[in-house]
Design a protein around this ligand. Structure first.
Ligand code: TRP
Length: 361
């Protein structure tokens, strides 16, 4: 049977937050521990981060360790998962260069995630070529490891689509070589797009609306107490709205049935809590205090593990260094296959090298 292989990763542009956790990290740890996969690769995408941070190399540099610590804190286990740094695997750049020939400019321009990012960064008239090509480099990341499974947030769907097109095109032009990957999205709606604490669409560092995995307990508490709810729910007796109320969105993402018996035994489950809120008579503070307990159950072990690794920084870099070596060896195998398929393997081809000139033509 063909191997089952995971590849995914994050740009090191900031510490990871609870949106990353429910959108992807939690699932990665589950998949890592499921025993269903032969190999798991998790990449810190520094080269991709540089595509729109060329002038901020120090930002990228310092966030390598932040992201690595967040990974280890969440339970990614270097004994089961190869954690590595993208730029330490130069084979990825070479693959990207070959794949560029298989993609049109118009196709990248239609990529909705790229379109959106160009708008957000005000790049319109001055898009760096490297940034424009990052969906192609992402296809290199995925195919280099023969990934069958790519667990990511929904914003990455267009990247996977583009990658699949490249695989299809490569295999039809050069013969079957690359593995076709499948995307794995988070399983519930709240996890697909966890809003920021201000109720805005998405958590983002620039909006200052994130709860970070590394936030201390008192900071998390303060952030939850300031969370956006239903602006028309003024008095406790007033009926409240669940839709767009991020306290409930977070509960959808984090709450488990057993949390009620433990922290809020007056309610059977989340539906009962929601029904009471909608009827009126349930105050925001009570729901927020419950959310703090629920969230702390996830965050406090993460925080503890992070502190443990923060005291062992040289070991963390060593994990990345070894992981990058393993990753480079895996990517080198694929690159070898790619060069064969593309007929640019001249010096491996004794027959070619020994053929008389008349037969070279
Ligand atoms: N684009 C991803 C992000 O912004 C990071 C990434 C780079 C990635 N290469 C990848 C994700 C390959 C999955 C597969 O977080």
């Amino acid at each position: 049977m063909a191997e089952k292989i995971i590849l995914t990763g994050d740009r090191p542009t900031g510490r990871l937050h609870v949106g990353h956790y429910v959108g992807s990290l939690r699932e990665r740890v589950r998949l890592q521990d499921s025993g269903e996969f032969d190999k798991v690769f998790i990449m810190i995408a520094d080269a991709q981060a540089l595509t729109d941070n060329a002038e901020n190399p120090d930002k990228v540099r310092k966030n390598i360790i932040e992201v690595a610590l967040d990974y280890l804190a969440c339970g990614l286990d270097p004994a089961k998962t190869t954690i590595f740094v993208q730029s330490m695997v130069p084979q990825l750049t070479e693959l990207t260069f070959y794949y560029m020939n298989l993609v049109t400019v118009a196709r990248v321009q239609r990529n909705p995630t790229v379109k959106n990012e160009i708008k957000m960064r005000n790049f319109e008239a001055s898009i760096p070529v490297g940034f424009f090509c990052y969906p192609i480099s992402q296809a290199a990341d995925i195919t280099a490891f023969k990934a069958t499974t790519v667990p990511v947030g929904e914003d990455q769907e267009p990247m996977l689509e583009q990658c699949r097109e490249i695989v299809h095109k490569f295999n039809s032009v050069y013969g079957p070589t690359l593995t076709m990957p499948e995307i794995v999205l988070p399983s519930n709606d709240a996890c697909m797009r966890l809003p920021g604490i201000d109720g805005k669409a998405k958590m983002s560092k620039s909006l200052g609306n994130c709860i970070y995995l590394s936030d201390p307990a008192d900071v998390v508490k303060k952030k939850i107490m300031s969370m956006y709810t239903d602006p028309n729910h003024v008095r406790v007796e007033d009926p409240g709205q669940i839709e767009g109320n991020c306290v409930f969105t977070y509960l959808d993402a984090f709450c488990k049935p057993e949390h009620f018996a433990k922290y809020l035994p007056d309610y059977e489950n989340l539906d009962a809590l929601k029904a009471h809120y909608q009827r009126g008579g349930l105050g925001d503070v009570k729901v927020k205090k419950f959310l703090i307990k629920v969230l702390e159950e996830t965050l406090s072990p993460i925080r503890e593990r992070r502190h443990m690794w923060e005291a062992r920084i040289p070991e963390v870099y060593e994990i990345l260094r070894k992981g990058s070596e393993v990753a480079a060896a895996a990517a080198a195998e694929t690159l070898h296959d790619v060069r064969d398929a593309m007929r640019i393997n001249y010096f491996d081809d004794q027959e070619l090298m020994n053929q008389p000139y008349e037969q070279q033509l």
